[in-house]
Design a protein around this ligand. Structure first.
Ligand SMILES: [Zn+2]
Length: 493
């Protein structure tokens, strides 16, 4: 795990407090005196000089966050507007003699939204931490772009921010956890027994996101009652899709269930619907000649017996008859679509499917080297039909051509072909980069899947000791600290 430079121990609950607004005057006037828009490259160069001083780091952070929210968006929109004027899907498909992936192949979470994105910056909500799918957190809207949101964990650095769709089933209104008896992971610095949502909103002069902004998913129908929390099944490990493992339903929310792998940490957990091809009844591996991966630490894993295991754990299997197979996804190679770039998730790019398997599609970003291709779940909320960006008001990154990039004399630019210097390997905290070091696409960074520390690990170090309600997380983290975690990750599951 590479070390991460941390400037401070957390953030105030109101990120645009008066002290920050004041220090922003400096960079704004600096940019104006330069007679043109500040470039992201200049900012990085500027910030490197500041690294030695904690106070100036704060200025840097504020300025970069400000840029992230304002200037970069402005630049991006400006660039996108110029590109849009000369680029259209219609003409591009004709030129390429290609077809768009038919809209019917996309799920509700991927297709054109029925409602506008009504979220506004600063609104508070509850939602799932994508890196710990069993954990619900206090979140705020840090950025709104088309039908997408950048969400921020209250009390944590913005490097942990993540992007999601406004209609995501992972987000809920304030008070949802209490109503549904889920544990709410509160902002860092608050005590569990002292945290009251309404007091928090009032004290920090915050607004909760109105309930009407959250998508009503009841139309999908309720979860069949045969699926119950604690029941066992066999499930595909989405991080290692060739493996099918012993799993438990850890939670049920609306029409989705949370799959947890027995004796593995919760970073492998995922939410899926009951028709997902990733979940199968107990005995499925045996019937289909597949190897079932026993729970970690199971004695004699070669001879795992469901009968013995269910008896020993006093649990039941989900009845086999309630599993229904979803129809094949229908995506085919050469179809075009719009895909969120996982290496720079604020961006959505023109993409082509280059390969498919039962559950996934392999995407290629048009105009980019094939080394950037990767597999994505066919039901991922990050793939969209063509014109999704246009319809939802999101900038679309169109295929670049060599003469698209105009470099001014003396300008520091990212050396990666196609990269416009937007985004940073260290997450959304930094809006841009000007060198291979910060570039999410450079060869040196390409192999790094995760460069950030685990947010909850940081929490453990900071203040979990004083909060006994986090015993589960403490266990999780102690696993990591005593070295077993590395074993977990390196084991060929
Ligand atoms: Zn770059």
């Amino acid at each position: 795990m590479p070390s991460v430079h941390r400037e401070d121990g957390g953030e105030s609950c109101f990120p645009f407090g008066s002290s920050r607004v004041q220090i922003l005057h400096f960079p704004i006037s600096w940019s104006k005196s330069a007679g043109r828009k500040p470039r992201l490259g200049q900012l990085d160069a500027l910030s490197q000089d500041f690294d030695c001083c904690a106070m100036l780091c704060e200025i840097k952070t504020s300025y970069q966050e400000y840029l992230s929210d304002h200037v970069s968006t402005e630049m991006k929109q400006g660039d996108s507007a110029a590109q849009e004027a000369s680029w259209s899907w219609e003409r591009y498909l004709k030129e390429q003699k290609a077809v768009a992936a038919p809209v019917e192949l996309f799920s509700k979470d991927q297709s054109f939204p029925e409602h506008e994105n009504g979220f506004q910056i600063g609104m508070r909500l509850e939602g799932i931490d994508p890196r710990h799918p069993s954990v619900f957190c206090v979140l705020s809207v840090a950025e709104v772009c088309g039908y997408r949101l950048r969400l921020h964990f209250d009390g944590y650095l913005s490097c942990y921010d993540f992007w999601t769709n406004a209609g995501s089933p992972d987000i809920h209104p304030v008070g949802w956890c209490e109503k549904t008896k889920h544990k709410l992971h509160i902002p860092k610095g608050y005590r569990k027994d002292k945290f009251v949502w309404m007091d928090y909103l009032k004290a920090c002069k915050l607004q909760n996101a109105p309930k009407k902004l959250f998508r009503n998913r009841s139309s999908n129908g309720p979860m069949p009652k045969e699926f119950q929390v604690g029941m066992k099944l066999e499930a595909v490990d989405r991080k290692n899709p060739s493996l099918v493992c012993v799993a438990t339903i850890a939670d049920i929310v609306e029409d989705r269930l949370l799959v947890h792998f027995d004796n593995w940490d919760d970073s492998y957990d995922y939410w899926c619907d009951v028709n997902s091809p990733y979940v199968q009844p107990v005995g499925w591996c045996q019937e289909n000649g597949r190897t079932l991966i026993a729970p970690q630490g199971y004695p004699d894993p070669e001879n795992f017996s469901w009968t013995e295991y269910l008896e020993a754990t006093q649990t039941n299997a989900v009845p086999a008859k309630v599993f229904k197979m979803r129809l094949p996804h229908g995506f085919l190679p050469n179809m075009k679509l719009e895909v969120v770039d996982k290496r720079n998730p604020r961006l959505i790019r023109v993409a082509t499917i280059t390969d498919v398997d039962d559950q996934r599609v392999k995407v290629h970003f048009d105009g980019w080297d094939h080394k950037y291709d990767y597999w994505v779940e066919a039901d991922s909320p990050d793939i969209h039909p063509v014109r999704w960006c246009d319809v939802t008001g999101h900038p679309l990154e169109v295929p670049h051509r060599a003469n698209d990039v105009k470099i001014l004399p003396g300008q520091a630019v990212c050396p990666t072909p196609g990269c416009r210097g937007i985004g940073h390997i260290r997450g959304p905290r930094y809006s841009g980069h000007h060198s291979a070091f910060g570039c999410p696409y450079s060869d040196m960074n390409l192999k790094k899947e995760a460069t950030l520390l685990d947010r909850l690990r940081e929490q453990t170090q900071a203040n979990l000791e004083s909060d006994s309600s986090h015993s589960k997380l403490e266990n999780l983290c102690s696993l990591k600290f005593n070295g077993k975690h590395e074993k977990v990750n390196s084991q060929p599951r």
